[in-house]
Design a binder for this molecule. Structure first.
Ligand SMILES: Cc1ncc(COP(=O)(O)O)c(C=O)c1O
Length: 430
């Protein structure tokens, strides 16, 4: 006989009976801005040749001005996705093919694949087990005479340890690119994540705190890097009105990575709602943390001192030895109780088939390796990296941007955890 207090995974009634509303950052003012552009009939004003519109139309330029002013950077360069932004950023560094770029192994694929697009070599580094961002000590251990740059994600909503990475860059004369796709508005020691590197930038895809469907914005304080990104974004042909020496400059391998006027107008207006979006995520995270903080075997999201968090993902660690139940059983039990958007593990990009099948990256080994086969086998037999261990057995992420949680709904999430955690003895028998 199943009672209503029984775990849903065992046939009981789910603790959460409502379905949460999908998070939607688009407001009527965004619609109005988009309609204004539609009414104008000019949905993109870019021209690929010399002329006033080489740098885009009114909405593109106005949006870029708002972004650079908000983030406090000299320049903002919009583009049609943040993957494109990474491509522009890495291309703008102008590195010699075959140079190595150190990159996190715990991120989204584009952080590393855009390096390959420039015939450069991503060298994967391990992460800090508390913040999930690059571990500076591991980064330094991977520097070779071919290393030229570091690409550092600000993962899940908080900044990487940017001062330590900058020190490494100064010591070895490297460039630093921040992939702040997931963390617009996060701050480190009072500065916006993404703004302390040579180039940083944000994604405007649908899943983020604010969005324009697709889109990205790169930020930099360097006029040279900004110009190179503007050139690369628009076929690499010419640039107008900023530096006469660049007029009619050919020979840079450009692309079309231009953002449309509608998306730009939406993105500009969305920026005005970023603070509110972040605050609501933060408040929900704080309530949720207070509800589950004392449960056995759970580690809450950890903040690097000096950071604040914008909670794109609410990242937990389960100590399954302490809990005595497997991670997959726990996550299944939570899902059965109605907890949405919860997943085990996170992408270890060095294990993607692209890298380990096509490009001789091997097993759990992070460095790009043209090492002899025997040496690679020896390395593969050694212990897991932090990223691998988190992915395989400890990490559980709740996509905090997927739903709009009211305070009472967050309490429901807490109750689902409480129900599961008070019935661990039953789960141990599964
Ligand atoms: C860490 C990270 N880098 C890069 C990207 C790529 O951004 P986009 O989807 O705008 O191309 C994403 C997208 O989610 C991301 O999370």
């Amino acid at each position: 006989m199943v009672s209503k207090n029984d775990l849903a995974i065992l046939g009981g009634k789910p603790c959460i009976q409502t379905s949460f509303i999908d998070y939607n950052s688009i407001r009527s003012s965004d619609v109005k801005e988009a309609l204004k552009v539609l009414d104008s009939g000019k949905l993109s004003r870019f021209v690929g040749t010399s002329g006033d519109f080489f740098l885009g139309g009114e909405s593109v330029r106005s949006m870029e001005a708002s972004w650079s002013s908000y983030f406090g950077t000299g320049f903002a360069v919009s583009c049609n996705s943040w993957t494109s932004g990474l491509w522009l950023a890495i291309g703008a560094l102008g590195l010699e093919p075959g140079s190595e770029i150190i990159v996190s192994s715990w991120t989204m694929a584009a952080t590393a694949t855009t390096i390959l697009h420039w015939n450069l070599i991503p060298v994967f580094a391990d992460i800090d087990r508390f913040t999930f961002n690059l571990d500076p000590i591991d980064v330094e251990s991977r520097i070779t005479k071919r290393t030229r740059a570091i690409v550092s994600p600000d993962i899940f909503g908080q900044s990487a340890d940017i001062e330590s990475l900058k020190k490494i860059c100064q010591k070895y004369d490297l460039k630093l690119v921040s992939d702040t796709a997931q963390s617009p508005g996060a701050k480190r020691n009072g500065y916006f994540a993404g703004t302390e590197s040579d180039i940083g930038g944000y994604s405007l895809n649908y899943h983020k705190h604010i969005h324009s469907g697709e889109g990205g914005v790169a930020v930099t304080n360097s006029p040279e890097l900004a110009q190179r990104m503007q050139l690369l974004r628009n076929h690499g042909e010419v640039i107008v009105g900023q530096n006469p020496e660049l007029e009619n400059q050919f020979g840079i391998l450009g692309m079309n990575m231009r953002l449309g006027e509608i998306e730009s107008a939406i993105a500009q207006n969305q920026l005005s709602s970023l603070n509110v979006a972040i605050e609501s995520r933060r408040k929900a995270a704080q309530i949720f943390s207070s509800l589950i903080a004392d449960f056995v075997g759970i580690s809450l999201p950890a903040l690097l001192p000096g950071n604040d968090h914008v909670y794109y993902v609410y990242g937990l660690k389960f100590n399954v030895e302490e809990i005595g139940v497997s991670r997959s059983t726990l996550v299944s039990a939570l899902k059965a109780e109605g907890v949405p958007a919860i997943q085990e593990g996170y992408q270890n990009i060095h294990t993607l088939p692209l890298f380990h099948k096509e490009l001789t990256y091997r097993g759990n080994k992070l460095p790009y390796s043209l090492l002899p086969r025997k040496r690679r086998r020896e390395l593969a037999a050694t212990q897991l990296t932090v990223a691998e261990r988190l992915h395989q057995s400890e990490f559980v992420g709740i996509n905090w941007c997927a739903k709009k949680y009211s305070d009472s709904e967050v309490r429901l999430l807490g109750r689902a955890f409480e129900k599961v955690w008070s019935n661990l003895n039953l789960l141990r028998k599964i």
